[in-house]
Design a protein around this ligand. Sequence first.
Ligand SMILES: [Zn+2]
Length: 311
Amino acid sequence: MDFSFFKKSWFGSDKDAPAVTPPNQATTETSFVKVPKLPTSSPKKNNIPKGMWVKCPKCSRLVYDKDLDENLKVCPGCAHHFPLDAWSRIFSLVDENSFQELNGQLTSKDPLGFKAVDSYKNKLQKNQKKTGMLDAVVTGVGKINKHKVALGVMDFRFLGGSMGSVVGEKLTRIIEHATSKKIPVIIFSSSGGARMYEGMLSLMQMAKTCGALAYHSQKNLPYISVLTNPTMAGVMASYAGVGDLILAEPEATIGFAGRRVIKDTTQAELPDGFQTSEFLLDRGLIDSIIPRKEMKDRLSYFLEFLGSKAK
Ligand SMILES: [Zn+2]
């Protein structure tokens, strides 16, 4: 269509708008007067090391990073639970020098050759460098107050703790190891769900891990699932949701589909605290909410109750 009959005056301007162009690079380079560059901030400010103080998202208190580490990443002001990496969690739980990692060498092969904005291969490499882990779970055997257990601990930092074939395989192997050694299994979940970069192969891990847990259960061996913030989707719908005991950390987000998806689908107002540990404890899905600092002692109490003998 021809729009030439439109006049600029109709839009309140008779003149052409002045052209806004960046200053010519050549003229600034040939200028004789050099303008000194001023520092953007005072040097004193730069002396403060980055990341020494952390602001609590719940009570806004500034917490010294080292204090937070010593407090197992729990805010000393309001007991808000910050994310905890897999190895720190393991060291907070097991008896000294008792943990032995198993199948730590497994890595994903990128079976689909997945590419989007970035390739899955690149994403894996970046996350491995960032976390020092090969995938999103650490598995092994250790002792909790002298109770021998098989332990699987997920790490949300690695691709959102997503469950790909390596997470599924490592968990299945540790569950099968526990079945053959006749010891309990404890899995700490922290995950956004299945890993989409591995398509159906990641969904298959739901059935595989639950199958291994069924064999473990047939031998009358206990499985304790601990849900931490967040435990969602394919992980909650498989091994995280089938524990003989299901425990959770305070105020963790736990569910299958996200809150917004449910609201849009059902067109209903969702109640306060929906998809939190406290909400699910009230409705019977979770057996107990345990603060991080009490976790080790409570776990050994439950292990004793479920018939595991301290050795
Ligand atoms: Zn706080």
